[in-house]
Design a protein around this ligand. Structure first.
Ligand code: WT7
Length: 670
């Protein structure tokens, strides 16, 4: 594949870009530098996983060796059974022990920019990160947190968030990080599900010059839980914005104050390979988010290996890796923190929005910190395109060596723009396909190997046996036929369960008749064997790279007093990729109200129930929803309407009441 020359045609499907030579983009070498090498290593990883992963794992530290690399009894995989290790030790202490305490681990930049002094910046070496992490681990100890207790983390993007996550891993208390965009209700739901009694938060976070009221949201969540069995016992508050917040003397503690009373030594807890490492809630087909469970050793090895290979991470090579995701999502867990730190490459963490104070901000950061690998989402790339080429052009981006994308399919136009404007028409782009459930990359180009195609996430990572199968028969499909994407062999970073819901774990991901993991995505493979993701096959939509269950939004809508019934589907959106279109039937009492007012109230309600990012982009009202005679909502019809169709090409013969369709097609979007 890598010998093909770029075909400069506008026929999107045919353009390919061969992997550049390492030296041409500024790397001393590629970890994997030829297709033959990739194929050989991939073959070995599948045929001899014990040999392959054994070699990878030897690059990390183990307190006790494993007995067995992998045991697999569908749907349960165990990796590195018998081994004892600690991920915080491997991501931090290991480097200090090896004499790299002075190397930079974390570079942080705050959002506010001061006219005189510029942006607030902090940088921590591995020795400092170790001391701060051990200190906060001692704080957690002092507050009664024990190995196995779930700690909820709802913070902005500040270094203390990284420290908190690592401290949890250090003491073996699984973390459950909740993205700061979620509402009080969402915090409460997750605290209950995880049976967590300790919450770490900030007074506020900076976002586009405004304060996100993190502590207020936690207070509200605590109030909802106060009288139930899941009352929050302790809230530890890091003062970031330093504005006035409510304080409950019994429950709340000041972060810095607690740190004064403890030391900076705390040994990493010896963790069994399959001890829980973290929970991360994500959306599924039903209304309730699921707590994806990851365990220690397998996730560690997967995060380490994939970060290393996909981004060509090499220590002592002047690399600065920047993943623009939030630590509240899996991307931030694996590729801001664990995977990058484990490879001893400095990781950059930025607090705020890409256009604050202006649309040059990201490029300004890239230039000032000499960012070498840059990893972002297609939705951000589309926004950069819209803001204009002059913003990146105003900065020196010549230190960049590699670009990455994640979270949703990237449209070829955005891919080409990314390569041309940010990548100097030269840099490799790794379009990484993976999920909260997979822990790390599953399908991705390798920068020194793959001839990339705009919009294709290319080939399987080492150790990954992916296929596109017929959903009915389970048979692998021939080239260019769309089917469902599955993974046929266990991989170390795979989820080990849905917290507290064994049956949902089995029902969602495992088909009893076939021994493979069902991803929930549709895909096809082209004649070269490259994968193209075609979108979700379940009732999940991908909005700006964030997964939202349509049913979650529907439940939020119908819990509003004006709404009788609601249906939510995805609609094409210029920046978000997919936007949220909602269709509602109102109560008779509400029918007389101004629809703009109702729409406003519904958006506020969804914001309160889930978070602002789940607000419908378009709301339409009708006397009924289109249903089949058996009462099933015809979503494909709604998708047509949401996409702006004025008539439908769908088969409507099963529609119960055709009048409803006419009403919807002419309904105005609010
Ligand atoms: C879903 C997982 C993985 C981190 C961020 C999202 C979609 C993810 C790609 C890609 C096409 C992608 C899939 C997947 N997705 N990466 N490179 N190309 N689609 O994690 O919230 O667990 O969502 O995101 O639909 O199933 P997540």
């Amino acid at each position: 594949m890598s010998n093909r020359s770029p075909i400069e045609t506008q026929l999107t499907e045919n353009r390919t870009f061969p992997a550049p030579a390492a030296a041409d983009v500024g790397f001393p070498r590629w970890h994997i530098g030829s297709e033959a090498e990739y194929l050989e290593q991939h073959r070995r990883s599948i045929e001899d996983p014990a040999g392959f992963y054994g070699d990878v794992a030897k690059e990390l530290n183990w307190f006790e060796p494993w007995r067995e690399i992998c045991s697999w009894e569908l749907p349960d995989a165990r990796w590195f059974d018998g081994a004892v290790t600690n991920l915080c030790h491997n991501a931090v202490d290991r480097h200090v022990d090896a004499g790299h305490g002075d190397a930079t681990a974390l570079i942080w930049e705050g959002e506010p920019v001061d006219a005189d002094s510029g942006a607030e910046q902090r940088s921590l070496t591995y020795a400092e990160l170790k001391a701060e992490t051990a200190r906060f681990a001692n704080v957690l100890d002092s507050q009664g947190v024990k190995k196995g207790d779930v700690v909820t983390i709802y913070m902005g993007m500040v270094p203390e968030l990284a420290i908190a996550v690592l401290a949890c891993a250090r003491i073996g208390a699984p973390h459950s990080v909740i993205f700061g965009g979620f509402s009080a209700q969402s915090i409460a739901d997750r605290v209950i599900d995880a049976k967590s009694s300790v919450v770490l938060t900030c007074d506020g976070g900076w976002r586009r010059g405004k304060i996100v009221p993190l502590k207020d949201n936690v207070d509200e969540a605590c109030a909802k839980l106060a009288d139930g069995p899941n009352a929050v016992e302790r809230v530890i508050v890091f003062a970031r914005t330093k504005h006035a917040v409510e304080w409950d003397d019994l429950r709340d503690r000041d972060w810095a104050e607690l740190c004064l009373h403890v030391g900076t030594e705390r040994a990493p807890e010896p963790m069994a390979a399959e001890d829980p490492l973290f929970l991360l809630y994500t959306s599924g087909s039903t209304g309730k988010p699921k707590g994806i469970l990851h365990t220690t050793a397998g996730y560690m090895v997967h995060a380490y290996l994939t970060a290393k290979l996909t981004f060509n991470l090499i220590p002592d090579d002047n690399q600065v890796f920047w993943c623009t995701a939030d630590v509240g999502w899996i991307t931030g867990h694996t590729y801001i923190l664990y995977g990058v730190l484990a490879n001893r490459v400095p990781t950059l963490m930025y607090e705020g929005a890409p256009d604050s104070p202006d649309p040059k901000r990201f490029w300004d950061i890239c230039e000032r910190h000499a960012v070498t690998q840059f990893y972002t989402a297609p939705t951000a790339i589309r926004a950069f395109m819209k803001w204009g080429d002059e913003h990146p052009a105003a900065h020196d981006l010549s230190k960049l060596r590699l670009l990455g994308t994640v979270g949703e399919p990237i449209n070829p136009e955005a891919w080409i723009w990314y390569r041309r404007v940010i990548g100097r028409d030269l840099l490799p782009i790794v379009d990484t396909w993976w999920q909260t459930e997979t822990g790390g990359h599953m399908l991705t180009p390798l920068p020194g190997v793959t001839a990339t195609k705009p919009g294709s996430c290319s080939t399987p990572m080492l150790g990954v046996d992916a296929a596109v199968v017929d959903p009915e028969t389970g048979e692998e499909l021939p080239a260019n036929q769309g089917g469902v994407l599955v993974v046929r062999k266990p991989w170390p970073g795979m989820l080990r369960g849905i917290y507290g819901d064994r049956q949902r774990f089995i029902d969602t991901y495992w088909d009893a008749d076939n021994d493979y993991y069902i991803t929930g995505d549709g895909a096809r493979r082209d004649a070269d064997g490259d994968f193209w993701i075609m979108g979700r096959t379940d009732d999940v939509i991908n909005v700006s790279g964030h997964r939202i269950g349509t049913m979650e939004v529907e439940s939020a809508l119908v819990s509003h007093p004006d709404v009788v019934e609601a249906a939510v589907v995805g609609m094409p959106h210029e920046i978000k990729g997919t936007g949220i279109a909602a269709f509602c039937t109102l109560t008779n009492a509400a029918a007389g109200k101004s629809l703009d007012e109702v729409a406003k109230s519904l958006r506020a309600h969804v914001t309160a129930e889930i978070g602002a990012f789940a607000k419908p982009d378009a709301l339409r009202f009708a006397a009924g929803l289109p249903k089949t005679r058996s009462g099933k909502i015809m979503r494909r019809l709604l998708r047509d309407v949401a996409a702006g169709a004025k008539e439908t090409s769908q088969d409507t013969t099963t529609l119960e009441d055709r009048g409803v369709l006419g009403e919807l097609l002419s309904a105005e979007a609010h």
